[in-house]
Ligand binder design. Structure first.
Ligand SMILES: [Mn+2]
Length: 431
């Protein structure tokens, strides 16, 4: 099994990285808390599914509340588990058993975790406010170092992310067929994706974005409608899957129909797919990610001109804000334990790229998304129509496309020495 083969080196990498971080920031030990069960409301007895503290999940794929990883220099890591005597509930078993042998496992009763925890200068990393083991809670500088450590993936993590892409690709293929063959509703597509990718909604890395037609222009659309949609329309699905705490984040867009709007949208979709692949091919270590984001705007502008949607020069379409009204989000973000993982944003982006979440210099071992998009968002296009930029777009083409909403194509890639490994495209090829 891949996980058992690669996990020991992953733990060794973490031990080295943590020992250096503890020395730098002046701590003798660090306690990583999985997190406490969080109640949905004080008037109810239901808890949210546990989303463990990322630093904890980096070491351990056991999503149990009140569990602690204790890291000290020169010692094996401890896994302190709180065992609750409870006949109402039981946590789901872990998906794989490869990790137990990496820890000294200590079982304690509720409230007794403190006795099993280290003394000295202790840092505590927790997602929770309030109660936590004794120590310095969430020291900012240490957290920044630990976030950075997560940006370079080990072979074990890449195996988890590749499996997460494969699981998602099975779901994506199933719903693409459903959309092409019938008239499913958004809710049916959402549920079919979960079933095919064998996930409960609450266990997915994020809420599936499932949008038909104009809804796909709403960037985070999760208001799944029950109405079946017939006739010419588009379908945008942004959905991932989790494996051992690691999530994929994948978007595909499809179109159905032969009318003039559908035909125009299909041409645009083909161009956007070519733009996305072109961006993936350009990735090299040493390149600032923000340059790639800027390149996405140039390539989008060229596509708009070729399709007759944009009317100025490609340079004008970029410099006068046309491409930014059509493609208002960032090209991508770090990926791993959390969907928008921290650590690849050492500085804010330039003001015109304000939603860009990755401003790092690209390095071998980083995993991030490449997700160019184009949308008819009236709130962003309105101002262009109202000023001297109105002649830079063909507004009848925009009117044709409005019914189809938007396009996003998103892959998860690992940076290698001479380019990338595209986890998503290889997963679709295998599915
Ligand atoms: Mn994404």
């Amino acid at each position: 099994m891949t996980y058992a083969a690669t996990y020991p080196e992953h733990l060794a990498y973490l031990q080295r990285g943590y020992e250096a971080a503890l020395a730098t920031h002046g701590f003798d030990a660090v306690i990583l808390c999985s997190g406490a069960a969080t109640m949905k409301s004080r008037f109810d007895d239901q808890a949210w599914p546990l989303a463990p503290t990322p630093a904890y999940a980096h070491w351990c794929p056991l999503p149990e509340p009140d569990t602690f990883v204790v890291v000290r220099p020169g010692k094996r890591p401890q896994l302190v588990r709180t065992i609750v005597d409870d006949y109402w509930e039981t946590p789901a078993p872990p998906e794989s058993d490869h990790f137990w042998a990496g820890f000294d496992v200590i079982e304690v009763k509720p409230g007794l975790a403190g006795d099993a925890l280290p003394g000295g200068r202790v840092a505590v990393i927790t997602r929770d406010q309030g109660t936590s083991p004794p120590g310095t809670v969430n020291p900012t500088a240490l957290i920044a170092t630990l976030d950075l450590l997560r940006t370079k993936k080990t072979a074990y993590e890449i195996a988890c992310l590749a499996a997460a892409s494969r699981r998602a690709a099975i779901g994506h293929k199933a719903v693409a067929e459903l959309f092409a063959a019938g008239t499913p509703s958004e809710l049916e597509l959402h549920l079919a994706y979960l079933q095919a990718s064998e996930q409960d909604d609450a266990a997915a890395p994020y809420k599936n974005i499932v949008a038909l037609g104009a809804h796909s222009a709403i960037l985070h659309y999760v208001a799944y409608q029950r109405e079946k949609v017939s006739g010419d329309t588009s379908f945008l699905i942004d959905a991932g899957a989790k494996v051992l705490g690691y999530g994929s984040d994948i978007t595909r867009t499809y179109v159905r129909g032969t009318g003039s709007g559908a035909t125009r949208f299909r041409e645009l979709l083909q161009h956007m797919d070519a733009v996305q692949k072109d961006l993936c091919r350009r990735i090299r270590p040493g390149m600032p990610y923000e340059d790639l984001h800027d390149e996405a705007h140039r390539l989008l502008a060229v596509a708009l001109r070729e399709l007759g949607i944009g009317r100025g020069s490609a340079q004008e379409l970029v410099e006068r804000g046309i491409t930014r009204a059509l493609f208002p989000h960032g090209l991508g973000h770090s990926l791993g334990i959390t969907v928008h993982d921290a650590g690849l944003k050492p500085r804010p982006p330039r003001p015109e790229n304000k939603f860009l979440r990755n401003t790092s210099v690209i390095e071998v071992g980083q995993v991030f998304t490449i997700e160019p998009g184009i949308y008819v968002i009236d709130g962003l296009l309105g101002p262009l129509q109202g000023d001297d930029r109105r002649d830079l777009l063909d507004w009848s083409a925009i009117a044709d496309l409005r019914h189809f909403g938007g396009i996003r194509i998103e892959d998860n890639v690992v940076v290698e020495t001479s380019g990338i490994r595209n986890l998503t495209r290889e997963a679709f090829a295998a599915a």
